[in-house]
Write a protein that binds this ligand. Sequence first.
Ligand SMILES: C[S@@+](CC[C@H](N)C(=O)[O-])C[C@H]1O[C@@H](n2cnc3c(N)ncnc32)[C@H](O)[C@@H]1O
Length: 240
Amino acid sequence: MGARKALPAVPQYLQANYWWAYIHPRAVYVFERQWLVNLILWGNYRRLCNAVLNGFGRHLSGRALQIACAYGDLTPRLAACIAPGGTLEVVDILPIQIENLASKLAHDAPVKLHCMDSAALQFPDASFDRALLFFLLHEQPQAVRQKTLAEALRVIRPGGTLTIVDYAPPSRLNPLCYLWLPVLERLEPFARDLFSEKIAAWLPKGGGFATVSERRYFGGLYQMLTLRISGTVPDRKADA
Ligand SMILES: C[S@@+](CC[C@H](N)C(=O)[O-])C[C@H]1O[C@@H](n2cnc3c(N)ncnc32)[C@H](O)[C@@H]1O
C-alpha cells in the first residue's frame, strides 16, 4: 500500500449498513473463518471460487485486479495462479480489510494491495488484463454500483475480461426466495436490486464490451457473468 497516499473516505453506505461486517475492530476476528463465509453462501463458497479460477484458466499472466477484498481464501488461491512475471492487484476502501488480506498472503506472493475506492480507481485506462468483482455490487447503492462497473471496464485493456460473481434473481421455485431473501434484504438493503435486475441494468450504456458467458448456481441464487472488452489490443511492442 502506498503509505503516503491520502486514504479514501469511508462511504456512508458502508458505515451505515456494513460496520458490523467490515469496519468494527472485531469484524475480522468474527468473520474471517472459511466455514462462516461458506455458510453465508449456503455451502457454495468453494464452488464459486472454483468457477472464478476455472474461468481464468488457473494460469494468470499479465496484470489481474481484484476489486474489494473478501473473507476466505479466494485471494491466496488467485495469487497461487499468477504466472511468472504477472501480478495480482487488490483494492479495498478499508485499511482494516487490506491489513487482514496482507496477513493471509505469503510474504513473496505477487500481490500488490491498494487502499482505494472501487468507484474512483486510481489506475490508467486499459492497464489490466482482467478484473474480478466478487460479491461487491450487491453491497453498493445503485449510483456507486454503476461507477464501480464503469471504472472496472475502464481499467481493463481491449480483449481483457471482467468477471462478476454476485447474487442473481433466483427461480421462483427456489425455496430460499421466500426464506433467505427477506433476511438478506434486511441485513443488506441494496442486495434486493440484484434479486430483481440483471447486472446489465447498471453497465455503461455506450457498450464497448460483450458478454462471454453467464452462469447461474444454486437454483439461480448466484451468478457468474464474464464480459470481454472490445476494441483493438494495444501493440505493446510499438510503445517500447
Ligand atoms: C467484496 S465484498 C465481499 C463480501 C463477501 N461477503 C466476503 O466474502 O467478504 C466486501 C468488501 O468490499 C469492500 N468495499 C465496499 N465498498 C467499497 C468501495 N467503494 N471500494 C472498495 N472496496 C469496497 C469492503 O471494505 C469489504 O472489504
